[in-house]
Design a protein around this ligand. Structure first.
Ligand SMILES: *[C@@H]1O[C@H](CO)[C@@H](O)[C@H](O)[C@H]1NC(C)=O
Ligand SMILES: *[C@@H]1O[C@H](CO)[C@@H](O)[C@H](O)[C@H]1NC(C)=O
Ligand SMILES: *[C@@H]1O[C@H](CO)[C@@H](O)[C@H](O)[C@H]1NC(C)=O
Ligand SMILES: *[C@@H]1O[C@H](CO)[C@@H](O)[C@H](O)[C@H]1NC(C)=O
Ligand SMILES: *[C@@H]1O[C@H](CO)[C@@H](O)[C@H](O)[C@H]1NC(C)=O
Ligand SMILES: *[C@@H]1O[C@H](CO)[C@@H](O)[C@H](O)[C@H]1NC(C)=O
Ligand SMILES: [Ca+2]
Length: 433
């Protein structure tokens, strides 16, 4: 017993100690959610020089914010239990891993924590006003709107949209991670995130039948596994809290996976998930020299192309695995289920340097029969070696194959296989040499 008291005492000491030097995300209890919380927005700055210890900043104190760098704001959503978002730390560190930037965690837990969703959603514009005041100060200090990036989760996505509207769409970029649907579905553009809110708006929709927003909201809208339900998430209420939030939260985990070098997810522009599953959208609908858009952090590589479209909105689909690495799709499960056809295709970044017919052909297709399925699986398991092996197979070139997708031929993807056959037919020479 004494030991327990000692331990608790020690924890309090440690806690109050770190509290003074490093501000951390507001931690509230379920009690706060029941009684409700007044709005208080805390901004915490993380940089590569100070990855673990945040600095509290506000519109009168910009701290170590370096105005010449990109600044990414992370804005969370509704918090019905008051706890900090479990993914926040990974997102901050992941962003700092990929780029030397300022990362600002927008902690509006006081405001978002309530059991009554409409109370939280009614505070979104007020949070946006606080962020506007902060960004105005950044601009005074020499920052550029081009360098401002907002990642908004759920209600946070609409907050980012409201900030963007106040700058007439001049913010660099907004990423909406399953933007909130309830009370926003069907609203006009001024009352929600819309493609005009930033120079580039990309959105992941992972729970359009419950907590997420159904219709497209950005220049590109990604619908993983069709956007309704995510593999690996509980299908019944027996799954507890996960039943409610798993699909919704998956958008954040998919985005996070894009920050990891080994897990890029390729998406296929398409009118509907059904068309995608039927193999109608495998050529990306994008000029030949480009490969398909990637989900997540690097989605803005396709910005110029996507914005040229009229209207500048594209829906993109893809399938994922049920747990990390999500990029692994359903290959292994389905192969184990004895599918015999395996279709493997790659998008070659620089067809000119490969022995493909010419620059007009961006994709190389290989249809693999039964014998080759084993080889394909082996290649897949040694993921880092796939591109090497494909080089040997297709290109005999040292150039990187930028993107690769492996998919099992299932009855629904018969048309992919047919298309693959045609392509293989046309490329027999290059494959055999
Ligand atoms: C990191 O932040 C803490 C608290 O703000 C500060 O004491 C420390 O000097 C910072 N470290 C660096 C390298 O800036
Ligand atoms: C801004 O932050 C500084 C330093 O943390 C603090 O002293 C000041 O009171 C804050 N100002 C406001 C308006 O919150
Ligand atoms: C801000 O960043 C630039 C380059 O990104 C760097 O040259 C400069 O030293 C930084 N300023 C501070 C105060 O760290
Ligand atoms: C991918 O990389 C991350 C860190 O970059 C690592 O934690 C993870 O295990 C890797 N996954 C695979 C399948 O290699
Ligand atoms: C990739 O292939 C090389 C040569 O065959 C081998 O030495 C290496 O271990 C392989 N790497 C992986 C991750 O399988
Ligand atoms: C191409 O190769 C495949 C498999 O080796 C073969 O079935 C097909 O007949 C070949 N097509 C042409 C046009 O040579
Ligand atoms: Ca769902």
């Amino acid at each position: 017993m004494l030991r327990l008291y000692f331990f608790i005492g020690l924890m309090c000491l440690v806690k109050s100690d770190t509290h003074e030097t490093c501000p951390s995300f507001t931690r509230l209890s379920f009690h706060s959610a029941v009684v409700g919380t007044g709005l208080n927005v805390k901004l915490m700055l993380y940089t590569r020089r100070n990855r673990t210890c945040a600095q509290a900043v506000n519109s009168t104190f910009l701290g170590n914010l370096n105005m010449t760098k990109k600044t990414t704001f992370i804005i969370h959503g509704f918090r019905p239990t008051g706890s900090p978002p479990v993914w926040m730390e990974d997102l901050v560190q992941g962003l700092l891993d990929v780029e030397d930037m300022n990362v600002i965690v927008v902690d509006w837990n006081r405001g978002a924590t309530t059991i009554i969703y409409s109370h939280a959603s009614s505070k979104t514009r007020k949070v946006a006003v606080v962020l506007k005041a902060f960004i105005d100060q950044m601009l005074v200090q020499g920052a550029s709107l081009d360098d401002i990036y907002m990642i908004g989760v759920s209600l946070g996505a609409h907050i980012a949209g409201f900030v963007g509207k106040m700058y007439n769409g001049q913010l660099g970029r907004i990423t909406g991670l399953d933007p909130a649907g309830p009370l926003f579905n069907g609203r006009p553009p001024e009352d929600r995130l819309d493609p005009g809110d930033a120079q580039f708006v990309d959105v992941i929709h992972s729970d359009i039948d419950a907590l997420g927003y159904k219709e497209p909201l950005g220049n590109i809208d990604f619908y993983p596994n069709g956007g309704l339900d995510q593999p690996g998430c509980p299908k019944t209420i027996l799954g507890g809290l996960q039943y409610f939030k798993c699909d919704h939260q998956r958008s954040v985990y998919l985005y996070l996976s894009s920050l990891r070098e080994n897990c890029s997810i390729t998406a296929y522009p398409c009118d509907s998930y059904r068309d995608y599953r039927n193999g109608k959208c495998i050529n990306c609908g994008i000029p030949q020299k480009e490969s398909c858009p990637l989900l997540g952090y690097y989605a803005d590589n396709w910005k110029e192309y996507l914005k040229q479209k009229d209207p500048p909105m594209t829906k993109a689909f893809f399938d994922t695995a049920e747990k990390e690495p999500y990029c692994r799709a359903t290959l292994i499960k389905e192969v184990l289920d004895q599918w015999v056809s395996l279709l493997l295709w790659s998008h070659v970044w620089q067809p000119r340097v490969c022995c493909l017919p010419g620059p007009s052909e961006a994709s190389a297709w290989v249809l693999m029969g039964h014998e080759m399925a084993t080889l394909g699986l082996t290649l897949f398991l040694h993921r880092t070696n796939i591109s090497l092996s494909l080089h040997a197979l297709l290109c005999k070139s040292e150039r990187e194959i930028a993107n690769l997708a492996v998919m099992v031929g299932s009855p629904s993807s018969q048309s992919i296989i047919d298309l693959g056959k045609q392509r293989v037919g046309r490329k027999n020479n290059s494959l055999n040499t």
